[in-house]
Design a protein around this ligand. Structure first.
Ligand code: SAM
Length: 382
């Protein structure tokens, strides 16, 4: 059994755990932004291809006690680096953290660790030259917490939110993984209509269409495991074939995913993005202001990401939009609203009490996903 750590945005751990369990794996432990799994080698391929809310899959190479630079060096050097890293490959330590540990000078930790890796590779490959920085690099992360060091090898490469369909983006695009986390926590299912009235570059409706058709988000991209020495092409192909066999071919008329934005140009970007994954026939894109939308009957889900005050540096404009969003309650009367924003006061602007709130850290911005369950009997005005 190999130990893996799956990274995600802080706040998304529970949703990610459910996804991992759904793939048939057991969770070992969870920390903020990290889910640990012990699994076989297939996990590398299955997780990279299928997980919608994971940012990165890493292999834990070694966990050890380190209070001196000598022990840090010796422990890292003793990892069988040549089992993982091919000859003449650059290795970069891209993330380093030290919390409550005696070793805390990050630049010294970085240079000692880097030297240990290169000294080990030098011996294994009889390599003497210093590798250039323009070669392809493989990424290592080193976490020190209470004097326990954890050395992790990246198996994803580009972060997993980069699915490959979003070539054009709006002013403040939502990460694909966070759009998926919104959908997975909302309880939305393919049988319910979905509407995004502030769709920007189309992330939410595109992630919804992928989910509805059970299309694995990583099916059309590559991963850094493909550059590692223990890459197993047969396992990768098998995992892809399995994901393809699970795609549900639906007729576009079988579900209703609609998205609009007041900006005509951004709607044409969203259409191009959807087209990159051949999804345009499954999503109706409309250029329209939210204030002009017309009544939708029945029940469904409004899942949306209105303009963020802090991100666009215009809080006055954002709060005006939030108040205008009360109009959604008239148009989508008995629908559930799932809204992500950086505002702590969104409930009062929207004049409704959320039935569920999920805090998600997106870099330095703290967002809340508010769910307003508006089924008859559940609606509470403030
Ligand atoms: C935060 S962005 C949405 C980003 C989107 N989720 C994405 O991933 O690209 C907000 C969007 O709301 C649109 N918008 C702002 N005010 C609007 C209004 N009154 N009606 C409709 N769209 C509006 C903007 O054009 C912008 O594209």
């Amino acid at each position: 059994m190999i130990e893996y750590v799956v990274l995600c945005a802080v706040g998304v751990e529970k949703v990610l755990c459910n996804e991992i369990k759904h793939l048939g794996y057991k969770i070992e432990k969870t920390l903020p932004g990290k889910v640990y799994v012990k699994a076989d080698e297939d996990f590398i391929y299955t997780a990279n291809i299928n997980l919608r809310t994971a940012e990165r899959i890493m292999m834990v190479l070694k966990t050890f006690h380190a209070i001196t630079f000598d022990s840090l060096y010796e422990n890292i050097k003793s990892i069988g680096w040549s089992d993982y890293i091919p000859k003449n490959t650059n290795v970069e330590i891209t993330k380093l953290s030290s919390v409550k540990s005696q070793l805390f000078a990050l630049s010294s930790i970085q240079s000692v660790s880097h030297k240990a890796i290169y000294d080990s590779l030098k011996i294994s490959y009889n390599q003497t030259e210093h590798l250039s920085t323009d070669r392809q690099s493989l990424e290592i992360r080193l976490y020190l917490n209470s004097d326990i060091a954890e050395v992790c090898l990246d198996l994803s490469g580009e972060p997993l939110h980069k699915r490959g369909y979003r070539k054009l983006v709006s002013q403040a695009p939502l990460k694909e993984t966070i759009a998926s986390a919104m959908l997975l926590t909302s309880g939305w299912k393919r049988k319910f209509p979905l509407y995004d009235p502030f769709c920007g570059s189309g992330t939410i409706p595109i992630e919804a269409a992928l989910y509805a058709m059970n299309i694995a988000p990583g099916l059309y991209r590559s991963f850094s495991i493909q550059n590692l020495k223990f890459y197993n092409q047969d396992r990768f192909i098998k995992a892809k074939q399995l994901a393809v066999s699970k795609i549900r071919e639906y007729d576009a008329s079988e579900f209703s995913i609609c998205a609009s934005d007041k900006d005509k140009e951004i709607i044409s970007c969203a259409i191009k993005n959807a087209d990159n994954f051949k999804l345009t026939q499954y999503i109706t894109f409309i250029t329209e202001s939210m204030e002009k939308l017309v009544d939708r009957s029945g029940i469904g889900y409004v899942v949306t990401n209105p303009p963020y005050g802090k991100r666009i540096r215009d809080e006055k404009y954002a709060t005006k939009v939030y108040e205008q969003m009360r109009y959604l309650k008239k148009v989508f009367k008995s629908w559930t609203y799932v809204i992500i924003t950086d505002s702590d006061d969104f409930e009062s602007y929207f004049d409704m009490k959320a039935s569920k709130k999920l805090t998600i850290h997106n870099g330095s911005i703290v967002n809340t996903v508010y769910t307003f369950d508006n089924a008859p009997g559940n609606s509470v005005n403030l």
